[in-house]
Design a protein around this ligand. Structure first.
Ligand code: TYM
Length: 340
């Protein structure tokens, strides 16, 4: 069985603001891979309801994420940019995977434990089976590569396990084993206030993250007030071990500048944060503020964004529907009435 060798699928939730972690861990890499791969980028609104959001806001948040992606350099003419719920095959294949993945596998997912918190009994069942939907997002396109931040690693391993079990159980090689692409210094951007915690949309303090829509002053202020330690910067990257906040700021610098950590460390060796932070702030402002202005322009024309997203959904449906039919056939369902 031959599978596509250069097809990317990745996704992002339409909840809260896009932040520097999303940009450096995911979107910037997507843009860089866009010319070498056939790309599908999905705004995962079905995932967003696993933790019930403000219902009136999902459509607008989805547009905002689409605008953020385009402003960051995703070309919606070249790549398929679409909303997950516009492609029903994701949810249909996810149901099949609910019957393939074992509860023991899902019980090991650390993100479920983090998100459900102490009150596991009150979490939605959707939150528990979330990784099955994520596997369906990827496998319904037979994607070969999935570029994400580090936090998605365990889910991507599960997607491979699900693909393999489906193939073994049906005796048909329907799904490839997708390759995670987690690369570069921006795959784990940490909170500006605590180098042990991930930068996240859900953190209650806005000072922990840089939003893609922050103004130049806000970016500079957040970096100025970012937690650091009293030491000067080391002359080797190994000197950043045990210094999570310093390491985070250097990684952010390297990822924003498209340079290696070693290179950045060599430049700032022996300097304190008083010298380093203004340089980091200037770099972040120069990269991020043009994205924010472009987002504002794009959001001024919601009808055009909706048109682009509908086009993306058409392209995605054309690929996904035959794969769903193939999976149904492998299971042995009657497929005579299925639209492909
Ligand atoms: P989400 O919406 O939390 O994040 C979107 C992307 O941003 C990356 N990311 C980060 N990278 C580095 N540092 C951070 N602090 C940081 N925070 C977020 C994430 O790794 C991700 O790449 N379950 C996924 C969405 C999803 C998906 C998929 C991804 C649904 N289906 C299929 C890939 C393939 C999520 O919640 O991402």
């Amino acid at each position: 069985m031959s599978f596509p060798s250069n097809r990317i699928l990745s996704g992002i939730q339409p909840t809260g603001n896009l932040h520097l972690g999303n940009y450096l861990g995911a979107m910037k890499n997507w843009v860089a891979m866009q010319n070498d791969y056939e790309c599908l980028f999905c705004i995962v609104d079905l995932h967003a309801i696993t933790v019930w959001p403000d219902l009136g806001e999902i459509a607008q948040s989805s547009r905002e994420v689409a605008a953020g992606m385009i402003a960051s350099g995703i070309d919606p003419e070249q790549s398929a940019l679409f909303i997950q719920s516009h492609v029903p095959a994701h949810a249909q294949l996810a149901w099949v995977f609910n019957c393939v993945a074992r509860l023991g596998w899902l019980n090991r997912m650390t993100q479920f434990k983090d998100k459900a918190g102490k009150n596991k009994e009150k979490a939605s069942s959707g939150l528990m089976v979330y990784p099955n939907l994520m596997a369906a997002d990827i496998l319904v396109y037979k994607a070969s590569h999935v570029p994400t931040g580090e936090d998605q690693k365990q889910h991507l391993e599960l997607a491979r396990d699900i693909a393999q079990k489906f193939n073994v159980d049906t005796g048909k090689e329907v799904f490839p084993l997708p390759n995670p692409v987690i690369q570069g210094p921006g795959t784990r951007v940490m909170s500006l206030r605590d180098g042990q915690r991930k930068m996240s949309k859900s953190d209650t303090s806005d000072m922990t993250r840089i939003n893609l829509t922050d103004t130049a002053d806000e970016i500079a202020d957040k970096i100025k007030r970012a937690k650091t330690d009293p030491e000067v910067l080391p002359d080797k990257a190994t000197g950043l071990a045990e210094r999570p906040e310093a390491s985070n700021l250097i990684n952010i610098y390297a990822a924003l500048a498209d340079r290696s950590v070693d290179d950045v460390v060599a430049e700032f060796a022996g300097q304190g944060f008083g010298a380093f932070k203004p340089k980091l702030a200037a770099l972040a402002v120069s990269v991020l503020t043009p994205i924010a202005s472009r987002m504002t322009e794009l959001l001024a024309d919601p009808a055009e964004l909706d048109r682009l997203l509908a086009r993306g959904a058409d392209k995605a449906n054309d690929i996904a529907n035959p794969v769903l039919a193939e999976a149904y056939e492998a299971i042995g369902f009657s497929t005579t009435g299925i639209k492909r």
